[in-house]
Design a protein around this ligand. Structure first.
Ligand SMILES: C[S@@+](CC[C@H](N)C(=O)[O-])C[C@H]1O[C@@H](n2cnc3c(N)ncnc32)[C@H](O)[C@@H]1O
Length: 232
């Protein structure tokens, strides 16, 4: 992971969170890839329960900002395989600093999500070349961009769901700027939504000023609120 000074690489380290699932932490920083109250719990609550499962469509186009460990993508895949209503998912993820597959294996998500072949899925996700779509299972397509969100041009009115899972505004204020949030708004199709764990007042005000309908929803254990922004 590169932060600030792009000449120094900081290797993330696996750490245990309170629900028994692992996440990554950046050494010499209090920044983690998930809530220390529970990685699996947080991803499931924010992005699956309050995002994916609220979309009333059989074909869902998802954009994730900050693929990181791939946990959100894995949970989306698991939900898709169990669903009788979802027939197609196109999952696009943007990640500035892809993580090495051996670090992903240390997290042991494949031991927690056992209903599907999680190990194979995560290996494929973290070794697939960028900018090339692959089909992880019938009708579940993934496309990865190994770039910064600031550098990417996104299609307009494309996505039903955005998982906005970058590091927080304190660490990376540039990602929460009105310019980037406007980029998200423009890329979302009418009726689509953006989900984020972040409930900061200034972020919600920016989302509103851009034109989103903003909802504060109860957070997972350890966090009071999360944010859902709808493009009506
Ligand atoms: C909170 S962590 C990711 C959580 C991730 N969704 C997961 O489940 O592991 C934030 C992620 O955003 C990535 N990131 C940081 N700056 C970025 C940028 N400018 N554009 C895209 N991704 C970025 C980081 O490398 C990191 O993987």
């Amino acid at each position: 992971m590169f932060i600030g000074n792009t000449s120094s690489y900081i290797k993330p380290q696996a750490v245990l969170t309170a629900d028994g699932s692992m996440t990554l932490s950046l050494p010499n920083s209090d920044e983690h890839y998930h809530s220390m109250h529970g990685a699996l719990q947080e991803s499931t609550h924010v992005y699956i329960q309050n995002g994916l499962l609220q979309i009333q469509k059989s074909a869902v186009r998802i954009l994730e900002i900050g693929l990181g460990t791939g946990l959100n993508c894995l949970l989306t895949y698991d939900t898709f395989l169990k669903s009788e209503n979802m027939h197609l998912i196109e999952y696009t993820a943007v990640e500035a600093n892809p993580i090495e597959p051996d670090i992903i294996a240390e997290l042991g998500y494949h031991n927690q999500i056992k209903s599907i072949d999680s190990e194979k899925f995560l290996k494929q996700l973290h070794t697939s070349p960028a900018n090339t779509t692959f089909e992880a299972a019938t009708n579940f397509y993934c496309l990865l961009h190994h770039r910064k969100i600031e550098e990417i041009t996104l299609p307009k009115n494309e996505y039903d769901l955005v998982y906005f899972d970058a590091f927080g505004p304190r660490t990376q204020p540039e990602i929460w700027s009105e310019e980037i949030l406007q980029k998200m708004f423009d890329s979302i199709d009418s009726g689509g939504m953006l989900l984020t764990y972040c409930a900061k007042g200034s972020v919600k005000r920016s989302l509103r000023s851009i034109g989103f309908l903003v909802e504060s929803l109860p957070g997972p254990p350890g966090k009071r609120e999360i944010t859902r922004a709808i493009k009506s």
